[in-house]
Design a protein around this ligand. Structure first.
Ligand SMILES: *[C@@H]1O[C@H](CO)[C@@H](O)[C@H](O)[C@H]1NC(C)=O
Ligand SMILES: *[C@@H]1O[C@H](CO)[C@@H](O)[C@H](O)[C@H]1NC(C)=O
Ligand SMILES: *[C@@H]1O[C@H](CO)[C@@H](O)[C@H](O)[C@H]1NC(C)=O
Ligand SMILES: *[C@@H]1O[C@H](CO)[C@@H](O)[C@H](O)[C@H]1NC(C)=O
Ligand SMILES: *[C@@H]1O[C@H](CO)[C@@H](O)[C@H](O)[C@H]1NC(C)=O
Ligand SMILES: *[C@@H]1O[C@H](CO)[C@@H](O)[C@H](O)[C@H]1NC(C)=O
Ligand SMILES: *[C@@H]1O[C@H](CO)[C@@H](O)[C@H](O)[C@H]1NC(C)=O
Ligand SMILES: *[C@@H]1O[C@H](CO)[C@@H](O)[C@H](O)[C@H]1NC(C)=O
Ligand SMILES: *[C@@H]1O[C@H](CO)[C@@H](O)[C@H](O)[C@H]1NC(C)=O
Ligand SMILES: *[C@@H]1O[C@H](CO)[C@@H](O)[C@H](O)[C@H]1NC(C)=O
Ligand SMILES: *[C@@H]1O[C@H](CO)[C@@H](O)[C@H](O)[C@H]1NC(C)=O
Ligand SMILES: *[C@@H]1O[C@H](CO)[C@@H](O)[C@H](O)[C@H]1NC(C)=O
Length: 805
C-alpha cells in the first residue's frame, strides 16, 4: 500500500447499489462459481479495487471512471462518471493510475455542437445507483440521463455499447455524441495527439492517437496509444474539441501542458444522426508500442464490423472459470458472505500483475513481460505465493519476466507500472519472490541468472536506489545495519526507513543465502551472516508508552546513528494510534508501520524474537496487546504474518483464534469490505490463505497449519496435476465464522495421507505431490503442534532444516 489519506477517503457516501449488495444469508443454490464473484467488493473506503471488465492478467481493463474515489477508476461512492476507459490498476494507493483516453456519450441539447459538454467538470454525470452490474469480464451502468453503457474486453481491447434509447431527446435533438478526451485519471498528460477519420454519412469512424503521461508512483514517463472505432448509425459530424469549444475542422490536434501548467483539455468527437435504433458500438484498442498496434490489437481480438458482444462476454467468463477451477471447496455451513469473499478474492489475485507480453516499448524479447507490480513490497508476502499454488504456470512466467527485466535494465524491479520504474518501498523485494519460486520448485526459470540478479541487489548500489536495488550498501557492509541519517555519497534515495530497511535487507540476504546454498555456492555463509544484521538495531531496554502509560513491554528496534549511538523513534509512531508514515508523507525510520509492528518482522528468525522479547509467555502477551490495542494495522501487509506468529511459540491454536477476529469482521463481502487498499490482490490473498488454513512464510518452504473456514479445500497443481486437500474433521460452522468464533477452531490432531502429522507446518510438497491433510478440530487448544520439534523452523534453532538444499 502507498496510502494517501486524501480527500477521497472522506467522501464516503453510504450508497450500495442494490444490484450489488450482498446480504449475510445462508448459502444460495449456486452451481457456477462465478456467481460468487463480486468485483465490487472493495469499491468503497479505500479498497481501490478495479471493479470493471478484465481477462485474467489482462492489459485491457474497461470500466466507468468517476470523480470521487477513482484510484482504480470506478467506485460505488456515488460520485459522478466522467468517462469510460480501458487501462487501469487494481487496489493501489496514492495517485489514481492510468485511465487514459476516456470516452463519454451524450445527447446534446441543441443542433449546434457547442451545446455539448466537453470538459470533465461540465460533462460529469451521476449514475443510477442500482444500475451497476459487475461480473467477471463484464461491466454495465446507466447514467441518470438514461444512457446505458456496458462493456466487455479482450487482452488489449474493449468493446463498449452505448444505448441511447432510454435517454430523453434534448430540446428536440436525438443525435448521439461520443467524445474522446486526451487525458488520464490524474491529469498527468504531458502532450498528446488525436486524429479523427469519420466522414459525414459514413456508418463508422475512427479516432486514434497517442499521449505521453507520468506513472502514478514512479519515475520517467510513458507513451500510450489508442485506436477507437465508432459505429451504429450514420455520422452527422466529427472533429476535435479544445476546452469547451468544438469544431468539425481541423480533424487532428496536438496538445501540450498549457500555460503555467494550467491543464488544457481536448480531444476528438464523432456525432451520429439520431435517433438510431441500436446501440453505438465503441471498440477501443490500446498499445504501448504504436497506434498501428493499438488498431491491430482491436481488429484481431474483436473483429468487426458486426461485433459479437455476447461471444466476448462468454470468452471472458470461460477464461475466469478456467482460472478458478484449480481451487475447489466443500463449504460445509459457510454462508454466502464467506463464499462470496472467498471466490471474489481468488478472482482479484489475477487482475494484476498484467501480462504486457508484446507491448514492451523498451526492448524485444521472447520472454514474457509483466507490468503492474504495484508494488512487489505488497505482493511478495501473500499474493504471488497464492499464484504459486493456484496458477504456478503463470507465476513461473511472472518470475521469468522479472529476470528479463533484470537482463535488459540491469536491475530487478521493485515496483513498476505503465512500463515505468516505480519507487522502492523497503528492501529489494523481488529477491524474495525469486527465492520463494526456487524453494517451491517452479519450473522453466534460469536460477543462475536469478542468483546473479539478487547478488547484484546485495552488492552493488545503484545511483538511484529510489527506483531499484538497495541504498546504504557501504554502511550495510561496514557496520552491518542501515544507519539513521546515513552518509551515502554512492547513491540517492529517500534517506529514511533505517529500521525497516535494515530488517528487509536482512531478509533479502537470508533469501540469497538460501538460493546460494541450493546452487552449491559457498557465498551462502556470507549472506547468512548478513541475515543476522537485524540484531544490531534491537534495543533491549527500549520501553513504550501510550498516552503516558507504560505498556509494560521492553525491547524494540530503534534507529542507530553511523557512530553507533542510538537515535529514537517512539515505538508507536506510524501505527494507527499515531498517524501514517510513507515515503513522502511523514517519512520515518519505519515504513508504513510502527516499530511495534516491525518488531515482528524477522521472517527467518521468529524464534530468536521470541527469545529476545523474554520468552514464549511474554511474546504471546505482546502479540495479544499488539492486536487488541489498536497498534496493529490489519489493512497493510507487514501485519499479515504477525497473525500466525503464535505457531512459533508453540501455540498454533492462538493463530487460528486470532484470524477469526479479523475474518469476517474486517474482510467481508460488503462493498467497503476490505480493511485497506487491496494492493493488487494482497488483502485478497490474506483472506485466501487464512480461510484455506495454510499460511505461507514466503522464501521458506513453510505453510503454517490452521483449520480452514470450510469443511474442506482442494487445490490442484497445474504442473503435476496432483490435488492437495485439507479437511476438517468435526467441522461445524463455528470452525468458520459462526458461534463465538473459536469453537471447533482448534486442531486436536492431524493426519497426512492417513499417517499422524504432528508438525504445525507443512512444505510445498503437499501441493506439488498432492495428498490429504485431515485436521481433527475441537473447542479447546490442544497439545498438537506445541512440541519443540513440531514448530516451524527458524534460523537460530533450525538453520540446517531451513537450508537443506
Ligand atoms: C439445488 O439445486 C439442485 C439441482 O438443481 C437441486 O437438486 C437441489 O434440491 C437444490 N438444493 C436446494 C437446497 O435448493
Ligand atoms: C458530482 O457532480 C455534481 C454536479 O453535477 C457536483 O456538485 C458534485 O460535487 C460532484 N461529485 C463529486 C464527488 O465530484
Ligand atoms: C432548449 O433550447 C433553448 C433555446 O436554445 C434554451 O434556452 C434552453 O435552455 C434549452 N433547454 C435545454 C433543456 O437545454
Ligand atoms: C437499450 O435500452 C432499451 C431501453 O432503455 C432496451 O429496451 C433495449 O433492450 C436496450 N438495447 C440493448 C441492445 O441493450
Ligand atoms: C512530449 O512530452 C515528453 C515528456 O515531457 C517529451 O519527451 C516529448 O518530447 C514531448 N513530445 C513532443 C512532440 O513535444
Ligand atoms: C503521436 O501521433 C502524432 C500524430 O500522428 C505523431 O506525429 C507523433 O509522432 C506520435 N507520437 C509518438 C510518440 O508516437
Ligand atoms: C553520534 O552522532 C549523533 C548524530 O550526529 C550525535 O547526536 C551523537 O552525539 C553522536 N554520539 C557520539 C558518542 O559522538
Ligand atoms: C466488513 O469489513 C469492513 C472493512 O474492514 C468493516 O468496516 C465492516 O465493519 C465489516 N462489516 C461486517 C458486517 O463485518
Ligand atoms: C489430470 O488428472 C485428471 C484426473 O485424473 C485427468 O482427467 C487429466 O487428464 C489430467 N490432466 C493432465 C494434464 O495430466
Ligand atoms: C450455525 O449452525 C447452527 C446449527 O446448525 C445454526 O443455528 C446457526 O444459524 C449457524 N450459524 C451460521 C452463522 O451459519
Ligand atoms: C466458544 O464456544 C465453545 C463451544 O460452545 C466453548 O467451548 C468455548 O469456551 C467458547 N469460547 C469462548 C471464548 O467463549
Ligand atoms: C523440489 O524438487 C526436489 C528434487 O526433485 C525435491 O526433492 C523436493 O521435494 C521438491 N520440492 C517441492 C517443494 O516440491
Amino acid at each position: 500500500m502507498l496510502r494517501v489519506y486524501a480527500l477521497s477517503l472522506v467522501i464516503i457516501a453510504a450508497v450500495a447499489p442494490s444490484a450489488a449488495a450482498f446480504k449475510y444469508s445462508k448459502r444460495a443454490n449456486v452451481t457456477d462459481v462465478l456467481d460468487y464473484v463480486n468485483p465490487l467488493i472493495g469499491s468503497q473506503k479505500g479498497g481501490n479495487v478495479f471493479a470493471g471488465a478484465t481477462l485474467p492478467y489482462g492489459m485491457a481493463k474497461a470500466v466507468a471512471d468517476v470523480d470521487g474515489e477513482n484510484t482504480g477508476g470506478f467506485s460505488t461512492d456515488g460520485s459522478n462518471i466522467t468517462g469510460f476507459s480501458i487501462l487501469h490498476d487494481s487496489g493501489t494507493g496514492g495517485n489514481p493510475s492510468l485511465g487514459n483516453f476516456p470516452i463519454f456519450p451524450q445527447i446534446c441539447s441543441g443542433d449546434d455542437i457547442n451545446t455539448c459538454k466537453f470538459p470533465i467538470g461540465a460533462r460529469a454525470a451521476h449514475y443510477k445507483k442500482d444500475s451497476v452490474v459487475a461480473k467477471p469480464g463484464y461491466f454495465g451502468v446507466t447514467l441518470e440521463n438514461g444512457i446505458a453503457a456496458d462493456m466487455a474486453v479482450s487482452e488489449h481491447a474493449a468493446l463498449f455499447r452505448f444505448n441511447f434509447s432510454g435517454s430523453a431527446a434534448q430540446n428536440g435533438s436525438t443525435d448521439p455524441l461520443i467524445l474522446l478526451d486526451l487525458t488520464d485519471l490524474w491529469q498527468s498528460r504531458q502532450n498528446a495527439s488525436v486524429t479523427v477519420e469519420a466522414a459525414e454519412g459514413e456508418e463508422s469512424g475512427r479516432i486514434k492517437g497517442n499521449g505521453t503521461f507520468l506513472p502514478s508512483f514512479g519515475a520517467g514517463s510513458y507513451v500510450a496509444y489508442f485506436c477507437l472505432d465508432l459505429s451504429g448509425g450514420a455520422i452527422k459530424e466529427s472533429g476535435v474539441w479544445v476546452n469547451d469549444r468544438a469544431g468539425s475542422e481541423p480533424k487532428s490536434i496536438y496538445i501540450t501542458r498549457g500555460f503555467n501548467l494550467f491543464y488544457l483539455q481536448g480531444g476528438g468527437f464523432v456525432r451520429f444522426k439520431g435517433p438510431i435504433s441500436g446501440p453505438v458500438s465503441a471498440r477501443m484498442g490500446v498499445s504501448f508500442i504504436s497506434t498501428d498496434q493499438a488498431c491491430s490489437n482491436a481488429e484481431k481480438e474483436i473483429p468487426g464490423p458486426d461485433y459479437d458482444f455476447n461471444a466476448l462476454i462468454k470468452t471472458g467468463k470461460d477464461a475466469w472459470r478456467e482460472k478458478l477451477a484449480p481451487v475447489s471447496i466443500e463449504p460445509g455451513n459457510a454462508d454466502d458472505n464467506l463464499l462470496t469473499s472467498f471466490w471474489s478474492a481468488v478472482y482479484r489475485t489475477m487482475i494484476s500483475p498484467q501480462d504486457f507480453t508484446g507491448e514492451n516499448p523498451d526492448w524485444q524479447s521472447s520472454e514474457p513481460y509483466f507490468d503492474s507490480f504495484y508494488c512487489i513490497w505488497d505482493m511478495w508476502r501473500v499474493q504471488l505465493p497464492f499464484l504459486t499454488i493456484a496458477d504456478p504456470v503463470q507465476q513461473s512466467r511472472i518470475v521469468r519476466s522479472l529476470l528479463d527485466i533484470y537482463k535488459h535494465r540491469g536491475w530487478l524491479p521493485d515496483c513498476s507500472m505503465s512500463t515505468c520504474k516505480g519507487w522502492t518501498q523497503g528492501g529489494s523485494d523481488a529477491d524474495n519472490v525469486l527465492v520463494d519460486a526456487y524453494v517451491k520448485n517452479l519450473t522453466g526459470i534460469d536460477w543462475e541468472i536469478a542468483y546473479e540478479a539478487i547478488v547484484n541487489d546485495a552488492e552493488n548500489e545503484p545511483l538511484e536506489w529510489s527506483i531499484e536495488g538497495r541504498g546504504g550498501l557501504a554502511s550495510w557492509k561496514r557496520l552491518n545495519y542501515i544507519p539513521y541519517l546515513d552518509f551515502d555519497p554512492n547513491g540517492f534515495g529517500t534517506n529514511s526507513r533505517s529500521i525497516s530497511r535494515t530488517l528487509e535487507y536482512a531478509y533479502n540476504d537470508f533469501n540469497l543465502a538460501t538460493l546460494a546454498k541450493g546452487l552449491g555456492k559457498d557465498t551462502y555463509t556470507k549472506y547468512l551472516a548478513r541475515a543476522a544484521n537485524w540484531q544490531n538495531i534491537f534495543k533491549a531496554d527500549q520501553t513504550s508508552t501510550i498516552n503516558g502509560v507504560d505498556t509494560g513491554f521492553k525491547g524494540f528496534f530503534q534507529p542507530k546513528y553511523l557512530n553507533g549511538t542510538w537515535g529514537y523513534q517512539d515505538p508507536i509512531a506510524c501505527s494507527p494510534l499515531a498517524g501514517f508514515c510513507s515515503l513522502t508523507s511523514n517519512p520515518s525510520e519505519t515504513f508504513e508501520s510502527s516499530a511495534w509492528e516491525y518488531m515482528f518482522f524477522v521472517p527467518h528468525d521468529i524464534r530468536k524474537i521470541v527469545e529476545l522479547l523474554g520468552g514464549e509467555e511474554t511474546f504471546i502477551k505482546r502479540l495479544d496487546f499488539f492486536h487488541t490495542s489498536g497498534l496493529a494495522d490489519i489493512g497493510n501487509e507487514p501485519v499479515f504474518l504477525t497473525v500466525y506468529m503464535p505457531h512459533y511459540a508453540g501455540r498454533p491454536g492462538l493463530s487460528a483464534k486470532r484470524v477469526r477476529d479479523y475474518i469476517p469482521s474486517r474482510f467481508n463481502a460488503t462493498l467497503p469490505g476490505l480493511p485497506g487498499n487491496d494492493d493488487s490482490g494482497a488483502m485478497a490473498s490474506f483472506l485466501l490463505f487464512s480461510t484455506i488454513g495454510l499460511f505461507p512464510n514466503p522464501g521458506q518452504n513453510v505453510y503454517l497449519i490452521a483449520p480452514p473456514f470450510f469443511e474442506s479445500v482442494s487445490v490442484t497443481n497445474a504442473l503435476t496435476n496432483k490435488t492437495a486437500t485439507i479437511r476438517n474433521v468435526n467441522y461445524n460452522n463455528s470452525t468458520g465464522t459462526g458461534g463465538n468464533g473459536t469453537s471447533n477452531a482448534f486442531i486436536q490432531s492431524a493426519k497426512l495421507n492417513g499417517e499422524p502429522w504432528t508438525k504445525s507446518w507443512i512444505g510445498h510438497e503437499f501441493f506439488t505431490e498432492g495428498g490429504l491433510l485431515e485436521l481433527v478440530v475441537g473447542n479447546e487448544e490442544s497439545e498438537w503442534g506445541t512440541k519443540e520439534e513440531d514448530r516451524p523452523p527458524s534460523m537460530s534453532v533450525g538453520e540446517a532444516e531451513m537450508l537443506r538444499w
